[in-house]
Design a protein around this ligand. Sequence first.
Ligand code: IMP
Length: 194
Amino acid sequence: MFPELVIATSNEGKYKEFCEIIHASCENFADRIIFAPEISRLIVEESGHSYAENSLLKARAWSQKSGLPCIADDSGLEVDALDGAPGIFSARTAREKGLSESEWLLSRLDGVENRKARFTAALCLCVPEKFTLITEGYCYGKISTIARGSNGFGYDPVFLPDGYGKTFAELPGTVKNNISHRADAFRKISLLLK
Ligand code: IMP
């Protein structure tokens, strides 16, 4: 579909996760998927008020800089018992307290019965001079009472996706990348393109 596609991230783990998602759900999406962390020197402030706005800010800046189609995401975890927090502040909330994401969340939910949560990801595909598409994907689950597993990142050790009995950090990457919020958002982008 695209000869070249840039993944707008300087995080190699996220880049690899995107490559797996793209290959698993749409084989001919891009001939070459590019990791160009040097572009992140143009620092894009995540100043939007929603996941969608932040993904648009990133995808637009990276595609202007590279002149190529770019995909950017913005994601977070929404916890029912915390009225949807940490949401778009997921990356910084625990860091500001000097804790890992899992430590922060387990301490906030100590003794709390309602453990329902969902991951949300907005994905923006920006094709210079042509079009911009934004979709949102979800993954529903619960927060465990202890952290388990060593795969993944962020809240993965405490997130139990519905129907699996294991945390994201215990599940193989191939499983996570089939059911994740980013995979859901990506499938919606490829459906729109078709
Ligand atoms: P961003 O989308 O790179 O701004 O990251 C948002 C933050 O949300 C991350 O730093 C994590 O704390 C959290 N997050 C988003 N997606 C995931 C995931 O798939 N697993 C675990 N944590 C996630």
